[in-house]
Design a protein around this ligand. Structure first.
Ligand code: GDP
Length: 297
């Protein structure tokens, strides 16, 4: 289960305060040390942990919490609120174009769940907004990638624009956008190539697609299971492409929590969706407050 270790350790850290009518500064210090270790063990970015602990400590010291009524409960509340803040406070909507189509460019490393997420998103738009999305297959390096997108699209009954693997991806996107224009699709979802690691050539290609398509949304898909690697990946993509949002996948697995808790704070970019399974319906809007509650258990 996701966050299992983190939840248990945070609960244990705060349980020790329970039943104390008054919490001393040294009690608080001990609790904060445990919280710090729990977060580091969950693979949360070091600077994020440092800032988080500082905020919680200052708030706990500041507002007569330690001497007030039910200090333990108040500290739990502060931790909850600061976790929420670290993850971005509010849910952030998909960007929308003033005039159709809204263009969404999916980027990410191979295996992160980009193609699956493209399909999930298309289905979500279709069912929730009655939208008519068109998907564009712009990963020309792996023939299997196009087949996979076509299969995903067939399963949810959404059209795919593809020109096989012999055409330059920028040209594919250009022609795909022309088709969307002609057919009045209200959303275009571009599935781009991924690699096992960030490389210059891929980034240049993605930058070229971005320049041509002027996407309203560049959604980076990252695998929550990869912890700090997911954060480094997010930084790499963001530096080059200035992404507009992140999709965190595989939160149904036993991820430790580092990616969920670090990405927003490190990159400044919001997590917009979370993937919680392999089915097409397993995509949810990311709510920082709900995620904080889930982490606290
Ligand atoms: P891509 O290479 O980034 O396009 O990745 P794919 O979309 O092919 O996904 C790679 C694998 O991850 C596939 O087996 C997907 O079914 C799986 N996957 C994607 N998202 C999720 C998720 O949220 N949860 C789980 N459990 N598996 C996922």
């Amino acid at each position: 289960m996701a966050f299992e270790g983190l939840t248990e350790r945070l609960q244990n850290a705060m349980r020790k305060l329970r039943g104390k009518g008054k919490v001393s500064e040294s009690d608080l210090r001990a609790t904060m040390r445990e919280i710090r270790l729990a977060l580091l063990e969950a693979d949360v970015n070091f600077t994020v942990v440092k800032d988080f602990v500082k905020q919680v400590r200052e708030r706990a010291m500041g507002a007569d919490v330690l001497e007030g009524l039910n200090p333990a409960q108040q500290i739990v509340k502060i931790v909850d609120e600061e976790l929420t803040k670290t993850m971005g406070e509010e849910a952030v909507d998909l960007n929308k174009a003033p005039k159709i189509p809204t263009i969404i460019m999916m980027v990410g490393l191979q295996g992160a769940g980009k193609t699956t997420t493209a399909g999930k998103l298309a289905l979500k738009l279709k069912t929730e907004q009655n939208a008519r999305p068109l998907m564009i297959a712009a990963d020309v390096y792996r023939p299997a990638a196009i087949d996979q997108l076509v299969q995903v699209a067939q399963g949810i009954d959404v059209p795919v624009f593809q020109l096989g693997t012999d055409v330059n991806p920028v040209d594919i996107v250009r022609q795909g956008l022309a088709q969307a224009e002609e057919k009045h699709n209200d959303y275009v979802i571009i599935d781009t190539a991924g690699r096992l690691q960030i490389d210059e050539q891929l980034m240049d290609e993605l930058a070229n697609i971005k320049e041509l398509a002027h996407p309203n949304e560049i959604l980076l898909t990252v695998d929550a299971m990869t912890g700090q690697n997911a954060v480094a990946t997010a930084e790499g993509f963001n530096d080059k492409l200035d992404v507009t949002g992140v999709v965190l996948t595989k939160l149904d697995g036993d991820t430790r929590g580092g990616a969920a808790l670090s990405i927003r704070a490190v990159t400044g970019k919001p997590i917009k969706f979370i993937g919680q399974g392999e089915k097409m319906s397993d995509l949810d809007v990311f709510h920082p407050d709900r995620m904080a509650s889930r982490i606290l258990g």
